[in-house]
Design a protein around this ligand. Structure first.
Ligand code: HEC
Length: 106
């Protein structure tokens, strides 16, 4: 039993970091850093709350949407919308914005 627990531990130690790196794209990492505090699932996030009120439940969680185009996302991020602030290229450069919009438009 001890050996079994030990092997599980070792598998986790080896597998976890590699899985994390492989699963997270640049776009996703940028979303986590700049957007998720307002757009993660749950109405305690202002972006998610506002979108559920203004657009409806099905449009509340950005990462679950299939209707957002790359151009639209880039426009909103650069210009802001209502209480969402605009993001300048000094905060999020054009390459990062491409990666982020690519991630969200899928
Ligand atoms: C301070 C909170 C906040 C942050 C940070 C924020 N947003 Fe928003 N975002 C909002 C709010 C609030 C709305 C909804 C405005 C409305 O009701 O029309 C919104 C709307 C949007 C929309 C429009 C969705 C639609 O259906 O029209 C997109 C796209 C979007 N955000 C993307 C992002 C991305 C990408 C980031 C990170 C770079 C981000 N937001 C960061 C608060 C935020």
């Amino acid at each position: 039993m001890k050996q079994f627990i030990f092997s599980i531990l070792v598998i986790h130690l080896i597998a976890a970091p590699t899985a994390g790196v492989a699963a997270k794209t640049l776009g996703q990492a940028l979303f986590d850093r700049h957007c998720s505090h307002c757009h993660a699932p749950g109405i305690d996030h202002p972006g998610t709350l506002m979108l559920s009120v203004n657009r409806g439940e099905a449009y509340a969680v950005l990462e679950e949407r299939k209707d957002l185009s790359v151009d639209y996302i880039k426009y909103i991020v650069r210009h802001g919308q209502k209480t969402m602030p605009p993001f300048k290229p000094t905060t999020l450069n054009n390459d990062e914005l491409d990666a982020l919009a690519g991630y969200l438009s899928k």
